[in-house]
Design a protein around this ligand. Structure first.
Ligand code: CU
Length: 211
């Protein structure tokens, strides 16, 4: 079958369309760009999707933190994940990525267990919303939110349902310690980002385990 070039171009442009939160499912599918003309991911804090939207899914999530799966369409992105408590959140004042992450590659990024602050005041039945923010090379931020109910009996995604695409990795953005003579890598001009990328898998495992 011969596919006209303009159709391929259309598909390519759709593929550039921002990001999705697959799990817990986002409040509204703001990725369906041809159908969604109501909301924009450029709108803070939740792409313009109201917190009381009656059709929004609300997912049971473990008390100590659960899985998060993203559908990323850009080559790289800075990633911030925040949490707000309450049924209709306007203040996402708990940061779950401190420091924020540098994600390389597009595709699926699945974090098996996103750790929560130790003293987070939640119990069985508490509601909250997760805010995911990405910042790309043009400096503008994209937003999506997903609503959860914290449940004592809720579980993380099974390992087989939480798989990160080949070529996708993340590393917390840590400022380099600058002191003394430069290391060989720095002296040769190898960026911190490259080093962080190499270490990313190890760090991701540590973070993934919630240690
Ligand atoms: Cu985009």
């Amino acid at each position: 079958m011969i596919i006209p070039a303009f159709l391929l171009l259309g598909v390519a442009q759709l593929a550039q369309a921002h990001f999705g939160v697959d799990y817990p499912p986002m409040r509204y599918n703001t990725l369906g760009s041809s159908k969604n003309t109501t909301y924009s991911q450029y709108t803070n804090p939740c792409a313009g999707v109201p917190g009381n939207l009656s059709t929004a899914p609300r997912t049971d999530w473990p008390l100590t933190g659960g899985s998060l799966q993203l559908d990323l369409h850009h080559h790289w992105t800075y990633l911030f994940i925040n949490l707000g408590l309450g049924p209709d959140v306007s203040n996402f004042n708990y940061t779950l990525t401190a420091p924020f992450w540098n994600v390389t590659g597009n595709g699926t990024l699945c974090v098996p267990k996103l750790a929560l602050p130790a003293d987070l005041p939640v119990r069985d039945g508490s509601r909250g919303s997760i805010q995911v923010v990405t910042v790309g090379d043009d400096g503008s931020a994209l937003y999506n939110c997903a609503d959860v109910t914290f449940r004592a009996g809720a579980k993380e995604l099974d390992a087989g349902k939480c798989e990160t695409s080949a070529g996708v990795s993340y590393a917390p953005v840590v400022a380099p310690v600058v002191e003394g003579p430069k290391s060989g890598a720095e002296a040769r001009g190898v960026g911190v980002g490259v080093l962080a990328g190499v270490m990313g898998v190890t760090v991701a495992m540590v973070f993934g385990m919630g240690v």
